[in-house]
Design a protein around this ligand. Structure first.
Ligand SMILES: [Zn+2]
Ligand SMILES: [Zn+2]
Length: 444
């Protein structure tokens, strides 16, 4: 049934093989058993949610028991009508309405998702422009929350952090507006669909009468008229016996009578939880926006780890970023010391100092001559300091030192400055911190 508990053993064997393979390489350390256990638990925990989710989706789609259980009510109502002596036309009308449920629901969710995605691309402040703007909003949110672990996630796993930020923004946008913006959109779409289905039924009846056709022609005309609106074809009715249907006016009447109830039933299930679940992942607003914002260059500055903001994955020309960071933030320290670097790329590339690479010693002002990753970056010299990262180092100095087991000693962490910001109200603080980010994204 798609997922089996023995897969956990397979996963553990796989992790063990990879750890052994790593250990057999040229490493100067030995893993303890505790490390292996922690590693397995951490990987399983992370995978758990994804596997559980996929398992549920797979079962819902493939388990005959669940499928039949879902269909129980509709088959029962058809059976009941049959027993009460309903004509073949009435029974076919009933079956068509039941079969339309799923395609109607899919169509409404799909169209609403598309509208919402467009709406967010123009209304949502973090998502209505380019990726530098998105990154500015990420930095703003991080400063509001002041959660060190989230900062570390952003610094060390930028792509994952961007993705989860977009998912949170989309989910908040939909939840906040569900009742006054999303739901009315869905209701309007369902009303329009109802009208189109009724028109299609009427046109098909006229078409058959004009051409003296049979039920096959009626179904063909009906499904073709709706083909732009719904994924519904004659195949969906395969196995349904309908050769003896000859009263097309009755067929049309039954559909017109049953349809409003079907629509009410579908509408009653619209809510914030079903919204993401009912949609194929390719069609979900968050996935579309992630695709849009994340299919771009992710190369990081060789000094500070700032992400290139170019929107093309394989862009021509140099990598560049509007905000470079204090180096110590990603753990960079002065060689043969325990001191984290307080430098910022844009300041240092204007200086006469040197730096070491495995290929030799180079001047910061000629950093491109170091070749490799350095050659592909355009870092403009700039003597201003970003308040944002200056504040971050002051605010999280202790956490950074603990995280990297190094110190910022020897550099003059500006306590007066820190104190000045800590005295500010949250709103003023954020405004102060993102002021130069705003300036840089506007003029970059
Ligand atoms: Zn940099
Ligand atoms: Zn780039």
């Amino acid at each position: 049934m798609g997922y089996n508990i023995s897969y956990i053993q397979q996963l553990i064997d796989y992790i063990k093989a990879r750890v052994t393979q790593h250990q057999d390489g040229s490493v100067k350390y030995v893993f303890k058993n505790e490390f292996f256990m922690d590693l397995v638990i951490s990987i399983c925990k992370r995978s758990n949610e994804m596997i559980t989710d996929q398992h549920r989706l797979f079962r819902d789609a493939s388990d005959p028991v669940i499928y039949v259980e879902k269909k129980r009510e509709e088959y029962y109502s058809i059976f009941q009508k049959y027993c009460h002596g309903a004509t073949p036309a009435a029974i076919l009308g009933e079956i068509i309405c039941q079969k339309l449920k799923e395609p109607i629901e899919q169509s409404v969710y799909k169209k609403t998702a598309r509208d919402l995605t467009d709406e967010m691309r123009s209304n949502c402040p973090s998502l209505n422009a380019n990726r530098s703007n998105l990154e500015k909003h990420i930095l703003k949110t991080l400063a509001e929350e002041e959660d060190f672990n989230k900062y570390m996630n952003y610094i060390h796993k930028p792509r994952g952090h961007f993705k989860s930020f977009i998912r949170d923004e989309v989910s908040r946008y939909i939840t906040d507006r569900f009742s006054f913006s999303v739901l009315p959109k869905m209701t309007a779409k369902i009303k329009l669909l109802q009208q189109k289905i009724m028109e299609a039924a009427h046109e098909s009846t006229e078409h058959v009468e004009e051409n003296r056709g049979d039920v096959g022609l009626w179904l063909k005309s009906f499904t073709q008229t709706l083909s732009d609106e719904l994924i519904f074809s004659e195949k969906d009715l395969s196995g349904v016996k309908h050769d003896d249907v000859d009263d097309f006016n009755l067929l049309e009447d039954v559909i017109k009578k049953e349809l409003p109830d079907i629509m009410t039933d579908i509408s009653s299930r619209f809510n914030t939880e079903t919204f993401p679940v009912k949609l194929d992942s390719k069609l979900r607003p968050d996935e579309i926006l992630i695709d849009h914002f994340c299919q771009c260059c992710w190369v990081q500055c060789p000094f500070c780890g700032a992400i290139c903001t170019n929107s093309m994955e394989d862009h021509h020309g140099d990598h560049s970023a509007p905000f470079h960071r204090v180096w110590g933030i990603n753990g960079t320290y002065y060689s043969s010391t325990q001191n984290l670097c307080p430098n910022i790329c844009t300041n240092v590339v204007a200086s006469h100092q040197d730096f070491n690479t495995p290929h030799g010693r180079f001047k910061y002002r000629d950093y491109r001559t170091a070749g490799g990753d350095y050659a592909g970056w355009s870092i403009s010299p700039d003597l201003s300091e970003l308040n944002y990262w200056k504040w971050f180092v002051c605010r999280f100095q202790k956490d950074l030192e603990k995280h990297y087991s190094k110190t910022f000693e020897g550099s003059d962490s500006d306590h007066r400055y820190n104190h000045q910001i800590l005295q500010m109200r949250v709103k003023d603080k954020i405004q102060f911190l993102i002021h130069d980010l705003n300036y840089k994204t506007t003029y970059f």
